[in-house]
Design a protein around this ligand. Sequence first.
Ligand code: MRU
Length: 366
Amino acid sequence: MKVGTEHYRSIWYDDAKQVVKIIDQRWLPHEFRVVDLKTRDEFAAAIRDMWVRGAPLIGATAAFAVSEEMKRDPSDKSLNETWEVLDATRPTAINLRWALDEMRETLREVPLKERAEAAHKRALEISDEDVECNRQIGLHGLEIIKKIAATKKPGESVNILTHCNAGWLATVDWGTATSPMYHAVEAGVPVHIWVDETRPRNQGAQLTSWEMDSHGVPHHLIVDNAGGHLMQNGDVDIVIVGTDRTSAHGDVCNKIGTYLKALAAYDNNVPFYVALPSPTIDWTINDGVLEIPIEERHGDEVTKVWGKLDDGSIGQVQISPDGTPGGNPAFDVTPARLVTGLITERGVCEASAEGLAALFPERVLN
Ligand code: MRU
């Protein structure tokens, strides 16, 4: 998507400089910083410390980590160690493991001297595939928004609530949940977005708001607790969120707070859709609530908040007493029964084993 007049992806390979570049998201919306990732440790830190984040982007970054490492040392030992180091960075987003498995499988039978080239090619493909998946998700989601628009009074905006950042910054481009929104704007369908701030790290306030603002999408930033009230008052027509891992039965793991939005949507008959590319489906997991590992992050993310300080610098302030520890589960699971539908690159389906199997018949369910 565009930053100013220039088109950017969230990660790319700079052919001239022969280096992987990312947007370092820790500084947005206040500063737009692009950094190079070179070593395995840098890639691992970038994922673990959330310079890049969002399930599809984490996967693409891991793929580039493998390809860069293969240039240095293409041995099986290095390939396996890289898989282990990267896999340990963040536990919930399944796209990470999917991309690492994909890279290892691609390279397994490739002779050592050809590995770097094969790895580079596959990492680029993984990025491009993500962009195309998200474009397709946008087109399928657009149809849902158009149907809602058709039932509203002419000229009225479709009010969409979203949580966290499932935008182009969370993917390689387009975003998952935001792709239908961007496609709606391009198609001239009026939309207005309620952006959940998404405590503790404020991905909504810092990243989704920045995306919406940059692309001229009408939006308001709301506190996480406002969604239920807005739904009760008829001010939300549809909820669209992303996911970090969806079970083979359609349970949806996403940023902490998503489950509460789904409950409120259910109680108020507001359609609740989840947008996801197929690498986000964990076909080995049936019961998402019991089986998906939930990342516990540092308590400081709860007790302190990042922002722009009065002197213009970016820093943290503490918002709780010195002695109060923060508890920080980073994701929750919304059971399939609360999900109206899954928007994938192959179309929209019911959040169920049958729904997913109909769209992805080549997958064997356990
Ligand atoms: O902790 P984060 O910022 O990586 O969490 C991101 C989310 O929860 C997104 O909603 C999810 O990855 C879907 S992104 C297309």
